[in-house]
Structures are given as C-alpha cells and as structure tokens.
Design a protein around this ligand. Structure first.
Ligand code: HEC
Length: 198
C-alpha cells in the first residue's frame, strides 16, 4: 500500500512537464553568411536601402530620377537595427503575411503596396515602381528576413504579433495615425485615459 502510494507520487507529472514547450526563438538570419553572388548582393542592397535610404533614394541624391523619398529619414529611424529589432517596428517575418487586409484602405494590399504606403506617408515621397531595382532589393531583403519562419507564424516582437493582441485606445485629436504602436505606449495611454485604473 505504502509502496503503491510512493509510486503514484513519483508517476505524477510535475507542473513543468505539463506545460507546452516554449516556441522556438527566432533569430535574425546572418546576412554576412550570404555568398557574394547576385542574390547576396541584392539582399545587401535592400539592407542598405533601409539603413542609408537618404544616400540612395533621398531628395538630395545626384540622379533626379532616384529622388523617391521627400525627406532625409532612413527607414531605420523607425524600423530599428535594419528592421530586425524586436518591438522596434521590425520588418521580419512579415513577407509571408502579404497580401493582407489593410484597414486604412479597406482592401487587401500587397507587400509592395504596404511598403509604398511608407514611401508616400512616412517618407513624404513617391512610390517605388514595383519592378524598380530599389523595390526589388528591399523586397529581397524582407524575404531574406522571413527565411525560416513557418507560414502563418508571427515572430515575437513583430508588428503582426503585437497587432493581434492590441486595440487602439481612443485618443481625441490624435495628430497622426502612423504612430509606432508599441505595447508600453498603450499601457501609459490607458492609465492616463482612466486615472486611478493603473
Ligand atoms: C516615420 C517612421 C517610419 C519610417 C521612416 C518608415 N516607416 Fe515603415 N512603418 C512605420 C509604421 C509606424 C508602420 C506600421 C507598423 C504596424 O503596422 O504596426 C510601418 C510599417 C511598414 C511596413 C509594413 C509592416 C507590417 O507589419 O506589415 C513596411 C513593409 C514598411 N513599413 C517599410 C518601410 C520602408 C521600406 C521604409 C523606408 C523606405 C519605411 N517603412 C520607413 C513607420 C515608418
């Protein structure tokens, strides 16, 4: 009887064993490991367009045809660490999310169209033609950042991941709808909107 009890205790799974294993942590693919071939150069060019946008498609570049952006902001001033920083508006793991419904336009949009929304709004410029070398390079870089992500999977800290559990708090007279949507900001705004609640 005692032996049976002891066995039952031993056989009972611990809490740790019952919980599901943590999802695999996604890591930024190593751009330095890409060979120096046509694809490797295209992906690096896309990364450069994100980090040094002003030098390649800014309003002051020598070739007027390449002056796509209307300001000297690089994409990386909003999409941190070449768009790879968790919760820094990363652009990883989203190439497979498109085409997707866009609330602003009320229609389904492609990755090229979403990217061009940043070109016209955030960059105050004009859209990059879909088949231009610049658009091709940025899309190649975003697809590279997507490599290894299972379809439908939202990477931790990415905009799609936060979007799923996030609702816009009502702000009267908000100046811009393109505000970075970070979780800590929500907490602050909610606490201010409802004093005493948090
Ligand atoms: C002034 C800040 C700012 C700049 C500069 C900017 N973006 Fe964005 N971008 C945003 C914000 C904010 C979002 C919306 C993120 C969200 O949906 O939560 C966004 C979203 C995007 C998305 C869609 C992300 C998603 O989750 O679906 C893409 C692609 C993108 N930007 C590309 C670019 C590129 C390429 C550039 C440079 C040419 C750029 N952005 C410059 C602020 C900026």
């Amino acid at each position: 009887m005692l032996a049976g009890l002891a066995l039952a205790v031993v056989a009972k799974p611990s809490v740790g064993q019952q919980t599901a294993p943590d999802p695999a942590v996604w890591t930024v693919p190593e751009i330095g490991a890409l060979p120096n071939d046509a694809h490797g150069r295209l992906v690096r060019r896309g990364r450069d367009l994100i980090t040094a946008t002003y030098a390649l498609i800014g309003p002051l570049v020598a070739n007027p045809a390449k002056r796509y952006a209307g300001n000297n902001l690089p994409c990386v001033s909003c999409h941190l660490q070449a768009a790879t920083k968790m919760f820094g508006l990363p652009l990883f793991g989203l190439a497979g999310d498109y085409p997707r419904y866009n609330a602003r336009s009320g229609t389904e949009i492609t990755l090229v169209e979403r990217l061009n929304a940043c070109m016209t709004r955030s960059m105050n410029g004009r859209p990059l033609p879909a088949n231009s070398p610049e658009m091709t390079a940025i899309v190649a870089y975003l697809q590279f950042l997507w490599s290894g992500v299972p379809p439908g999977r939202a990477c931790p800290g990415s905009a799609p991941a936060t979007r799923r559990n996030w609702t816009v708090p009502p702000i009267q007279g908000a100046a811009s709808t393109s505000m970075p949507r970070a979780a800590p900001l929500t907490t602050t705004l909610t606490a201010r909107a409802f004093p005493g609640s948090g």
